[in-house]
Write a protein that binds this ligand. Structure first.
Ligand code: GDP
Ligand code: MG
Length: 436
């Protein structure tokens, strides 16, 4: 798809002005890209018509090719459609109360944890999580697990089955603990129904939250729009959280929801881990929808998670030819911290498509880790010692085969060479290549 789009945009090269004829093919591809990304047909059509009006007759500036100008117009319009500037959340209250709403399975509990973690680490806030899903005991356990994971206090009351009372008690508890943010996780159902809507409306009325967030699974495409409308009619919520925007999910729901309820999308969820949260950037989402990848997010996330101290140590070792399997292991751990491999790869332009159907996940690392754990410390720091009998022992010890051990040694060798190359200033070049 993005290849076709590329071609269509390229075919505009050389013309001095954008005309009806040379624009038609491009817009057809843009529309297809939108439909592929799960944007509602009517919205996609309106959008391309608007772009056409803007583009037609525009004189192409000397510095811009017509194709580039079209990309710019399309991108600008898409960005605006999704909300222009990025909006934050209101943390002015003391405590600020944030209410989660959405269907069961949309990712409310997971996102409650992610947001608490984000506010704790990025905004130096002291959050409290409140469990108001009174229908499934497992849901309360789940929030406790999440809270433990991120080191955030969780309030629950298993004896009480009135979510309004629990929410109120939670806020009171937050005050006594000196928490300045309260995140209220609620129960959802598989489909919109009256009881759920009444319940969330009652909680909303009783606690008057600073922020009411609607959490929606981006993979549900067109259905997401109807659900958003139903919740907005009842809650008049403040913002949308788009979850499960991992790897291949293209995010057309962002456009459709925004067009229907006209509320900002505030955060996106990009994986199951607590770190897989990003502030929503309309322009990056526009890139993603147009199939250009999300390099900026990728680079930012990588920078954030990568321990610089560790990086310096490793660089020294590479320079001294002392990079061993222990270092390799800690690098793998770094990569794992960044989130799911597939999520990360999916953000690189061109790679997301190529990876479709390919099964790269954290399991890919399991064998590698097992093999390394079966090596002696000596073997880890001096891999050249690994002769046939040692390899046999390691394969048996890690439950893998000699072929797998050999493959890892080969990969390790290649990686060590590449890292040495990057030390010589090649690293910057590689970043540039990635961005072009
Ligand atoms: P709730 O019923 O709305 O509270 O939803 P949960 O938070 O329990 O999430 C439902 C499922 O979706 C769980 O298995 C989560 O791990 C998963 N999930 C939540 N957010 C994301 C996300 O951003 N990406 C992926 N891949 N899975 C997610
Ligand atoms: Mg839940």
């Amino acid at each position: 798809l993005s290849e076709k789009l590329d071609k269509a945009l390229h075919s505009l090269k050389g013309h001095g002005q954008i005309t009806e004829i040379n624009v038609a093919e491009t817009l057809k591809e843009v529309r297809r890209a939108l439909l592929d990304a799960d944007v509602n047909f009517k919205i996609a059509k309106e959008f391309t018509n608007k772009v056409k009006d803007k583009a037609l007759g525009q004189n192409v500036l000397t510095t811009l090719q017509p194709g580039q100008l079209m990309v710019k117009i399309v991108k600008d319009e898409l960005t605006e459609l999704m909300g222009g500037e990025t909006e934050g959340i209101d943390l002015s209250g003391n405590p600020s109360v944030i209410l989660m709403s959405g269907l069961q399975g949309s990712g409310k509990t997971t996102f409650s944890g992610k947001l608490a973690n984000f506010l704790k680490n990025k905004k130096s806030k002291k959050p409290l999580l409140v469990a108001c899903d009174v229908y499934r005991p497992a849901a309360i356990d789940q929030l406790h697990v999440v809270g433990e994971q991120i080191g955030v206090e969780v309030y629950s009351d298993r004896e009480n089955n009135d979510p309004v009372a629990i929410a109120k008690a939670g806020i009171k508890h937050a005050k006594s603990l000196g928490c300045n943010v309260v995140i209220i996780d609620t129960a959802g159902r598989l489909a919109v129904d009256e009881q759920m809507m009444n319940e969330i409306a009652n909680i909303h009325k009783a606690i008057e939250p600073q922020e009411t967030l609607f959490v929606v699974d981006a993979m549900t495409g067109q259905d997401a729009v109807n659900t958003a409308k139903a919740f907005n009619d009842v809650l008049n919520f403040d913002g949308v959280i788009l979850t499960k925007l991992d790897g291949d999910t293209r995010g057309g729901a962002a456009i459709s929801i925004k067009s229907v309820v006209n509320k900002p999308i505030k955060f996106i969820g990009t994986g199951e881990k607590m770190e897989a949260i990003d502030v929503f950037h309309p322009s990056r989402m526009a890139d993603r929808i147009l199939g250009m990848g999300d390099v900026v997010s990728l680079v930012e996330r990588a920078q954030e998670q990568f321990d610089e101290e560790q990086a310096r140590k490793i660089q020294k070792k590479i320079a001294k030819n002392k990079f061993g399997f222990d270092d390799f292991l800690s690098q793998i751990q770094q990569i794992k911290k960044m989130g799911n491999m597939k999520d990360l790869m999916g953000m690189i332009p061109g790679v997301g498509k190529a990876m479709k159907g390919l099964d790269i996940d954290d399991d890919a690392f399991k064998h590698i880790e097992a093999i390394i754990h079966s090596m002696t410390p000596d073997e880890r720091s001096t891999p050249s010692k690994l002769n046939a009998s040692r390899k046999k022992r390691i394969a048996a010890g890690s439950g893998t085969s000699i072929q797998e051990v050999n493959q890892l040694l080969k990969q390790f060798d290649q990686m060590s060479k590449m890292m040495k190359m990057m030390q010589g200033g090649g690293g910057k070049k590689m970043m540039q290549m990635m961005q072009n």
